[in-house]
Design a protein around this ligand. Structure first.
Ligand code: PLP
Length: 443
C-alpha cells in the first residue's frame, strides 16, 4: 500500500518470473483469469480471495471482455476505457480500491490516501475508493488546469471519504508537495498516509495483464509470433507494465513510446539524456508531464540493477535537472523501445483521418500513440495501439479535429448538472499538511 519506499525510492519485485511456457494456456483464458495468473505470481493472497477481488473489481466495467482489441485499418486498437471513469486508469484503480479495503479489514487498520493528478488519475482513484469504510482520499489537482469534464468527474463525487483539493499551481507542484509529505516519515506514520499514484506497484502490476490478453489474442488471430505496442505516455506507468510483460516472456518486438510536446521520455530513448523541459499544456493533458515518476524503475534495469549507480543518477537529476546514461557503441538506448513525439497538429490529423477513413473516434492521447506508432506496424509484427481514454472525455479535441461535435457518452452528460464539492488550497506543503490534519480518519 506504500507509494514511495521509506528512503524515497521506488519498490520493485525481487525477481521477474518468466512464464513463456504458459503462453498457450494463457491465450485461452478470460481477462479475469489472466489477471489471476499474473497477480498470483507477485501477490501473497489465498486464491479464492484473490479471485473474488478480481471479479468484484471488473464487474464495474461496461464491456464483457473488459479490454477488447479491435481491428481498425491495419492496426489493432486496445480499448482500455470501459471502466467507470472512461480511462485506462480504472483497470488498476478499481482493483486497488477493493484490494486496499480487503487488506485494511484484515489488519484492522485505516488509510488516508494522498494523490496528485493532472486529470484521470484523480477521478479513477476517487471512483476506486469512494464509499469505502476504511479509506479517506485527498486528491490534489492543479486549479484550473484540468479539463472541465475531468474536474467534474472528481468533484461530483460527494461521498464523505472523498476530498478534492484545488492547488494554486501546476501538476508538478502537486507532485512535489506529495513527495515532500511522503518523505516526512513521522507525519506519514502518524496519519497512515498511502498513495495510489502511478508509482504504486500494484497499479503497474494490474496493467501488465492487458499486454498479455491483447498480445496473445492478436497473435492468435493474425497467426504471428511477435507483437508490437504503441503506448502514449507521461508518467511511464503504462509502458513500464509493457516492459515487465516483455521481461516475463511475452514476445513483444517493439514498445513504441509516444509523448506529446512534453517529450522528456522520447528524448531519453533517442539520446540517453533525461533532462527537464518546460511543461507546456497540450490537447492530451494527462501526458503534460516532464518528470516521469515511474521512470526510475526502468532506469534501475538499465544500470544493471545497481542501486548505487541509480541513486547517483537520481541525485544528479535532482540537483541539475539532467542525467545521462552511457550508450552502447551502436548508440541505441534500448532495442526494445522506439520513441517519438506526436505534436498537436499530427494528433488532430490522426483523429481526423481515423474518423474519415474508418469511422473510429480516437481520444487525443490515443491519437498521439497512433501518430507515433503507425510506422512501426508490420504485417508479421502487428501493432496494438493502446486507447487510453474514451473520446467523449476530450470532446473539444474531437471538434477541433473533425469540425463536428461527435464525441458523446451518457455518463459524462449526466455530470453536467450534478452538484460538486472541492476546497482551494495554497501551493504550499504546509497548507496541504494542515488540510489533511483537519480531515483525516483516525488510524
Ligand atoms: C494517465 C494517462 C496516460 C499516461 O499514462 P502513464 O501511465 O502516465 O504513462 C495516457 N492517456 C490517458 C488518457 C491517461 O489518463
Amino acid at each position: 500500500m506504500t507509494g514511495l519506499a521509506p528512503d524515497g525510492g521506488l519498490l520493485i519485485p525481487e525477481s521477474i518470473p518468466n512464464i513463456s511456457d504458459q503462453l498457450d494456456y494463457w491465450a485461452t483464458l478470460s481477462y479475469q483469469d489472466v489477471t489471476f495468473e499474473v497477480l498470483r505470481l507477485y501477490v501473497d493472497l489465498p486464491d479464492d480471495d484473490l479471485r473474488t477481488l478480481i471479479n468484484d473489481s471488473y464487474a464495474a466495467f461496461s464491456h464483457e471482455e473488459i479490454a477488447p482489441a479491435m481491428p481498425v485499418g491495419d492496426i489493432e486498437i486496445l480499448e482500455l476505457f470501459h471502466g467507470p471513469t472512461l480511462a485506462f486508469k480504472d483497470i488498476a484503480l478499481q482493483f486497488l480500491g477493493n484490494f486496499f479495503e480487503y487488506t485494511l479489514e484484515h489488519r484492522d487498520q485505516y488509510l488516508n490516501i494522498l494523490a496528485a493528478t493532472s486529470g484521470d488519475t484523480g477521478s479513477a482513484a476517487i471512483h476506486g475508493v469512494r464509499g469505502k469504510d476504511r479509506i479517506n482520499i485527498f486528491v490534489m489537482h492543479p486549479k484550473g488546469r484540468v479539463a472541465p469534464l475531468q474536474e467534474r468527474q472528481m468533484t461530483t463525487v460527494l461521498d464523505d471519504n472523498v476530498f478534492n483539493l484545488a492547488v494554486d499551481g501546476t501538476f508538478d507542484d502537486c507532485q512535489r508537495i506529495m513527495k515532500t509529505l511522503f518523505c516526512d516519515l513521522p507525519f506519514k506514520a502518524q496519519y497512515g498516509l498511502g498513495a495510489v499514484n502511478s508509482v504504486n506497484w500494484a497499479r503497474v502490476l494490474t496493467q501488465i495483464v492487458y499486454y498479455f490478453t491483447a498480445g496473445l489474442y492478436v497473435m492468435k488471430q493474425r497467426q504471428v509470433s511477435n507483437i508490437r505496442f504503441a503506448v502514449p505516455t507521461g508518467n511511464f506507468g503504462d509502458i513500464l507494465a509493457g516492459y515487465y510483460a516483455a521481461r516475463m516472456g511475452l514476445p513483444i518486438s517493439k514498445l513504441v513510446l509516444a509523448t506529446n510536446e512534453n517529450d522528456i521520455l522520447s528524448r531519453f530513448f533517442r539520446t540517453g539524456e533525461y533532462s527537464l523541459g518546460e511543461v507546456v499544456p497540450t490537447i492530451s493533458p494527462s501526458m503534460d508531464i516532464q518528470v516521469a515518476s515511474n521512470f526510475e524503475r526502468y532506469l534501475y534495469y538499465q544500470v544493471d540493477e545497481s542501486p548505487e549507480v541509480l541513486r547517483d543518477l537520481i541525485e544528479q537529476f535532482g540537483e541539475t535537472g539532467r542525467l545521462q546514461i552511457p550508450l552502447p557503441s551502436d548508440g541505441v538506448v534500448d532495442p526494445l523501445f522506439a520513441a517519438g513525439v506526436g505534436n498537436t497538429e499530427q494528433t488532430l490529423a490522426t483523429i481526423r483521418r481515423y474518423y474519415q477513413d474508418y469511422g473510429y473516434l480516437l481520444d487525443p492521447h490515443t491519437a498521439v500513440g497512433i501518430a507515433v506508432g503507425e510506422p512501426f506496424h508490420k504485417k508479421d509484427e502487428p501493432l496494438v495501439a493502446l486507447a487510453t481514454a474514451h473520446p467523449a472525455k476530450f470532446s473539444q479535441a474531437i471538434l477541433d479535429a473533425t469540425g463536428e461535435d461527435l464525441a458523446y457518452h451518457e455518463y459524462l452528460e449526466a455530470l453536467r448538472d450534478a452538484p460538486t464539492r472541492s476546497d482551494e488550497v495554497a501551493n504550499e506543503v504546509d497548507a496541504v499538511r494542515a488540510y489533511i490534519e483537519n480531515h483525516v480518519k483516525p488510524v
